[in-house]
Write a protein that binds this ligand. Structure first.
Ligand SMILES: [Zn+2]
Length: 205
């Protein structure tokens, strides 16, 4: 993506920069925002890499990011999770939430949130979810779907790396989140990476 800035009248200077090579906070507006979403999705991808591959499930990573209404440009990572990180056939989003709920008061204080909150749900109300794959809506294991857990947590937005393919079930997680009032966004550009890591251990991967 090229951004050009030219002064044509006297041609004394001409600036052309490739935004991919510049880190925030030097970029303003939408370019910085897109770059930031990609950065957190890459962190979620790194979490997905931690999964033990299995033929019967996907490898997914998830990051919970808090953005204060007063300081939206200072995002803080609250928690992370990946598939089967917690014992059992557990999922990334549910694990990130479980780990956050398990944090002590001291651990939450150590995050240095810009304002104090009366409950963890108040914090989650200002929290965005970055997940490498659409949160599930059906669990063949009988466990509660991640989309339900995210809705119950009251998160603000959900950023998705790639839609869940119909390898195992038909997923309606994104629609379910939207119906519940959670903003759903798709981060563009890492779909192939998210799918590749998700299918590690699968016969046709
Ligand atoms: Zn799930």
């Amino acid at each position: 993506m090229q951004v050009g800035l030219n002064q044509s009248c006297d041609a004394k200077w001409s600036v052309s920069v490739n935004v991919a090579h510049i880190e925030p906070p030097f970029l303003l507006g939408v370019y910085a925002e897109v770059d930031e979403h990609l950065r957190f999705m890459k962190l979620a991808l790194a979490e997905a890499e931690n999964c033990t591959p299995t033929e019967t499930a996907f490898c997914v990573g998830c990051i919970l990011v808090f953005r204060s209404p007063s300081e939206p440009n200072r995002p803080l990572v609250l928690s992370s999770g990946y598939s089967r990180e917690i014992e059992g056939n557990t999922h990334a989003e549910a694990n990130a939430l479980t780990k956050f709920y398990a944090m002590s008061t001291e651990e939450i204080s150590a995050l240095h949130l810009p304002v104090s909150f009366s409950s963890v749900n108040d914090i989650l109300f200002h929290t965005d979810v970055y997940t490498t794959m659409e949160p599930c809506s059906v669990r063949t294991s009988g466990l509660a779907p991640c989309s339900n857990a995210l809705i119950a947590a009251g998160v603000r937005r959900c950023f998705i790396g790639v839609d869940e393919p119909s390898d195992f079930v038909q997923c309606e997680g994104a629609r379910r989140l939207k119906d519940a009032g959670v903003e759903v966004h798709w981060v563009k550009g890492l779909e192939d990476d998210c799918l590749k890591v998700a299918r590690r251990g699968h016969t046709q991967a």
